[in-house]
Each structure stands twice: as C-alpha cells, then as structure tokens.
Write a protein that binds this ligand. Sequence first.
Ligand SMILES: *Cc1c(COP(=O)(O)O)cnc(C)c1O
Length: 355
Amino acid sequence: MSKFLHTKYDSLTPYDTSGEVESMKGYIRLNTNESPFPPSPKVMSAVLEASRGLNYYCDPECSQLAAKIAEMFSLKPSQIVFGNGSDEILNFLFMAFCEKGAAFPNITYSFYKILAKFHGVDYIPVPLKNFRVDPSYYKNVKGRTIFLANPNAPTSLAMPLSEIEEILTSNPESLVVVDEAYVDFGADSAVTLLPKYGNLVITRTFSKSRSLAGARLGWCMTSEETAADMRNIKNTLTPYNINAMTQAAGLASLDDEEYTRKNIDMIRMIRGNTKSRLQEMEFEVLDSSTNFLFAKHETISGEEIFSSLKKYRIMIRHFSNPPAISDYNRITVGTPEQMQIFLEIMRGITKNAKQ
Ligand SMILES: *Cc1c(COP(=O)(O)O)cnc(C)c1O
C-alpha cells in the first residue's frame, strides 16, 4: 500500500479473478461460467465495422440496443439502462438504492457482499433452506434492498416466479433485484412481472448465454422512475460506459437469435449428459438451470477433487467458504470434447480413490 492511498481503502477485498488470467492458457477452463463457444460470426464483423468509427465518442444511451431490447420484452426504452457488464449495474444498485441496507442469500454470487462492503452497506446474509431460497425468510427486511440471483450461483437452482412474486408483495418498501445472468439456460424470467411491480429490478448480461464475457455488456430493466435514477448515476460517473464495439457486438448478437438458441440447446444437452455421467461416479448433482453443475462426491472431498483435476490442467471452481459448500465444486459446462476429457480424468480420480 502506498502512503498516498485514502485510508478508507486500506482494507479492500477485491473480487477473486485468479481463475481468469492469461496463465490459464493451455488449461481446460471449467471454472468461470463463460460460454465455450465463440461469438456469432455476425458479431465479429459488426465489431470490425464499428471500429471504423472509433474516432468518435460512442452513444451514451445505447439507443439502438435499448430499442431492440424494449421490443423483445414489450417495454419502453426508458426502462432500460446498460452497464459495463451487469457487475457495473450491480455496483450502481448498491450505490443508489441501499441506504436502508441490503439482504441476500448467504450462499450466492460473491460480488454482492464485496459491493456491499465497498459502499458501506449494512447487509444481512439470509440462510438458504436445502440450498433453496425460502420466501418466508424475506418477510422482515425493513426496507433493505433484496438481491436474488435466479437461477442462483453457485447452487445452479432456479426459483419459481410465484416465490419471487411472494417476496415482491411482502416487501413493497424494498427494491427487489433479480439477477438473471443465467436465466436463458432454463428459468422463467421475472420480466413478465415488471408491469405489476414498481419495486422490481431485473439485471441481465451478454456474458453467459451470448458468448460475450470479454465485451462487457449487461443491462437492467425496471420502472421508468428507477431507471431514471440509474441513468443519472451512470451519466454522472461513466456516461460512455459501453464502447462502440461492444454496442455493435450486442446488437449483432440480438440480431442472430438462432445462433444463441443453438448454443443454449447444446449447453443444456451437454449439461444433462455430464450430470448423468457424474451420477454414475457417485456424485450428488443439483438440478441445474444454468450453464454449470454444482456437484459433491459421496466420499472424496471437494478440495481433493479440485486439486486432482488441476494436476491434469483442468480448472473447476472450489469454494472453501462457507463450510456448507466446501465439499461441492462448480463445474462449467464446456464443449463436448472438453467434457469428455474432464469425465475421463474424473473417472480415473474416483477409481483411484477406491483402491
Ligand atoms: C457472471 C455473473 C454476473 C456478472 O456478469 P457480467 O455481466 O459479466 O458482469 C452477475 N451475476 C451473476 C450471478 C453471475 O454469475
């Protein structure tokens, strides 16, 4: 730490990006929930085309993207705000709407806690029940903003819309944020609830189902009023937060729904197959509505599985905390070829452990 740093930043806890670095080249990376498929060829040519205009500032409103998404979900463009990844949207939400604190599951996307701490937001970690969100645990949050990833990470489980609605209804004084990063892989979107609930915010990303994690593009959908607040914050801090190439990439991706659809179908198929193979090796695998599996072996520890695979240059995600999930690992669904190698090595590891 330099002597120049503001003292309020002397104990930051940054997000763990160790699984995403250059040195992971040559590894099979099943640890960061990216798509194993490249973006659509249409995205690539749109990015090249957009690069010709890089001498100009980009559109701060992402007007074309907003119009397109508004049409897709029967909303007004003014209900949509874009972020440099949905992580930036989450940052704005913690900054703008958490004066009375926040509440989110004790096992969920780790960034919520990091942002709460950074912004000095008082938060309650709400326990899950058998790894599921129980709406009855969200009855006394006293105006705190509620953050729910649906489907949740790292558990991979989705909650039914009726339960989200229950939380919305019992907390009219709270904003309820539903993080739908993985919704395309098999959960019902809360978008249909937007006309009915003024306290709902939905966040989305191009990073997972649309193969654009490196482009950094996410958005939120909410009431016009809340969106206006978000836009104000965004335009104060980073008016040009979505660069021209990323805007073009996003648009081209939305114009090629067939490509995305095909990849999602493929991921779901590989997911089902991988799950069955793991079950044959005595893994307990949760019911995934995402592009990853959350799995625990009957006898071998989570840590041991993680480190054994690493020796073979296969990365999965292991969480040592909280202890309730330390015997599980999160395994991103890769290409059929990647999963074949993964399963073969996994078979060896489980056999060895038996001897
Ligand atoms: C990956 C992920 C995000 C962040 O996505 P970006 O748009 O890449 O910032 C948000 N929420 C959850 C639950 C995620 O898994």
